[in-house]
Design a protein around this ligand. Structure first.
Ligand SMILES: [Mg+2]
Length: 207
C-alpha cells in the first residue's frame, strides 16, 4: 500500500559484538530478525493483540534484506483491511487481494492432493463469471431473494459473486487491471463517441 510508512528496524542490543537482533513494529505485529546460524536469518512474527497465540518462526532467509522484505510484504497484507485507499488503483488492489486471497485460502489455486500450484483454465474461469451475471439476470426476471443470503435480492448477491470471481481472476493471473481501469476511465472521459451530444446523434451509441 502506498500510504503505509516503511517498517522501522532497530537493533535491540546496542552492543556491537552481540548477536544480530533487529526488531520492527507495525500496528498489528512485532517482527524480530535474528541469525541463529551464521549466514542464515530467522524472522519471528508475533501478533501484538494475541499474546496467547504462539509466535510464528520463518527460517532460512539468506540475507537480512530478504527477511525485511518478507516482513514488509506481510505488513502490507495484514494492514489492508484497516488502510483507507488513497487512489482508485489501491482500492482495486485491496479488492483483488481480498477476493484472490480468500480463493487461495479456500484451496482453489492448488491441487488438493499434492499441494502443487494449479494452472487454472482462463476460459473456464471467464465462463464462470458469465454464469454469475446470468444468475443476476435470473434474479431480476423472477424478483426473488438469494437462497444463501435471503436478506438480499438475488441480483445483489450474484453481482457480488461475479465481482469476487473477477477479482480472483485478476489476482491469480497477475493482471494489471488496477492501473488499466484508471487509464480506461480517463480515456473514456475524453472519447468523442461517449459524449452525450454525439451519443444523441443518428448512429450514436445508445448503450
Ligand atoms: Mg452465484
Amino acid at each position: 500500500m502506498s500510504n503505509l510508512q516503511p517498517l522501522k528496524w532497530t537493533q535491540k542490543n546496542l552492543n556491537p559484538l552481540a548477536e544480530l537482533e533487529l526488531t520492527a513494529y507495525s500496528a498489528l505485529h512485532e517482527y524480530v530478525i535474528t541469525e541463529p546460524k551464521q549466514g542464515r536469518f530467522e524472522l519471528k512474527k508475533t501478533r501484538l493483540s494475541r499474546p496467547d497465540k504462539k509466535s510464528e518462526f520463518l527460517e532460512n532467509f539468506e540475507t537480512v534484506k530478504e527477511a525485511k522484505d518478507w516482513a514488509w510484504a506481510h505488513y502490507q497484507r495484514s494492514m489492508q483491511p484497516y488502510v483507507v485507499p488513497t487512489t482508485l488503483a489501491d482500492a482495486v488492489r485491496i479488492l483483488v487481494d481480498a477476493c484472490h486471497g480468500a480463493s487461495v485460502k479456500g484451496g482453489w489455486w492448488h491441487d488438493l492432493a499434492t499441494g502443487e500450484p494449479l494452472q487454472r483454465n482462463k476460459l473456464e474461469m471467464i465462463s464462470l463469471i458469465h454464469s454469475e451475471v446470468s444468475e443476476a439476470v435470473e434474479g431480476i426476471r423472477k424478483g426473488i431473494n438469494d437462497d444463501h443470503l435471503p436478506n438480499y435480492p438475488m441480483e445483489d448477491v450474484e453481482m457480488a459473486d461475479a465481482l469476487i470471481r473477477i477479482f480472483d481472476y485478476i489476482g491469480g493471473h497477475k493482471l494489471r487491471t488496477a492501473d488499466a481501469l484508471v487509464d480506461k476511465l480517463a480515456y473514456n472521459a475524453n472519447r468523442a463517441d461517449h459524449k452525450p451530444e454525439n451519443r444523441a446523434k443518428v448512429g450514436g451509441k445508445k448503450c
